[in-house]
Design a protein around this ligand. Structure first.
Ligand code: PXL
Length: 274
């Protein structure tokens, strides 16, 4: 049987070898969902930066620009541009360049900067400003609650209820001027909420497993894009992404080292495009 040509996602993310975050979490999700992932690494790291010590790093700021130029010369088309962890605020220019080259691509910006009310270790305090500018051009922005506060320039505060969560997503969308915003991972009572604003306003919730892991935002974004590419509404794509992440968390052994991320590999088949 012959399938249609896979849709293609230009992924501007970190290559973090250990810890199931960044591109190495995203790529298998996109592939099993029937999408082609083309990587532009922002930095090569031996692990993510969330508590595994000081990772070895390899950077080449000329690489990304040269790669984009080659893809342009080849006449490549991308259905999605999906950005995540940037090695520096200046690297936002790489995503802006990709957006200028492929303005028709649906631009998803995950403003990876922090969690638990703080910036990740090593993230410059000028990153929120760079992400704010970048996110303004996006079709969809995917902050967690900490990143939403950083984008808004507000102190971090957990929403008290679903209406608050919705209002936060709407505040992000309005402050940035982007088309849609989905704010993820907001604990309210026994649940973790996501809230969306833009073309649709919605909340979705999953039982809160009580453990948090690096890389879950990356898995979330990749599942969400794969569901959008299948024609789902943003609310349905968000629901599917949140459910997949919740399944990965609950199926990760209780004694697992949370720094190694969720054990998503045995769950991938649930996403298989058929
Ligand atoms: O999943 C977020 C993420 C992505 N990339 C790197 C990180 C983190 C979170 O800690 O350190 C390098």
């Amino acid at each position: 049987m012959i399938f249609p040509t896979p849709k293609t996602v230009l992924c501007i993310h970190d290559f973090s070898a250990l810890g199931r975050a960044g591109y190495y979490a995203i790529a298998p999700v996109l592939a099993v969902s029937g999408l082609q992932a083309v990587a532009v690494p922002t930095v090569v790291l031996s692990s993510h930066t969330g508590g595994l010590g000081q990772p070895a790093a390899m950077r080449d700021d000329g690489y990304g620009e040269a790669a984009l130029q080659q893809y342009q010369q080849l006449g490549m088309q991308f259905d999605y541009i999906y950005s995540g962890y940037l090695a520096s605020p200046a690297q936002a220019a790489l995503v802006e360049k990709a957006h200028a080259l492929w303005p028709e691509a649906y631009l998803v910006v995950d403003p990876v900067m922090g969690d638990g009310g703080k910036l990740y270790s090593g993230v410059a305090d000028t990153m929120p400003e760079a992400m704010r500018r970048l996110a303004a051009a996006a079709d969809l922005v995917l902050p967690n609650a900490t990143e939403a506060a950083l984008l808004l320039g507000r102190p971090y505060a957990e929403p008290a209820g679903p209406e608050d969560a919705k209002a936060l997503a709407d505040a992000v969308r309005q402050a940035l001027g982007c088309k849609n915003a989905v704010v993820t991972g907001m604990p309210i009572g026994r649940y973790l909420y996501c809230a969306g604003a833009g073309e649709e306003a919605f909340v979705c919730r999953q039982l809160h497993a009580g453990r948090s892991f690096p890389g879950t935002g990356d898995l979330f974004g990749a599942v969400l894009i794969s569901r959008l590419s299948m024609g789902n509404a943003l609310s349905a794509a968000t629901e599917a992404a949140a459910a997949f992440v919740a399944d990965c968390i609950t199926s990760t052994p209780a004694d697992a080292d949370t720094r190694q991320g969720v054990c998503f590999e045995p769950q991938l088949w649930h996403l298989a495009a058929r």
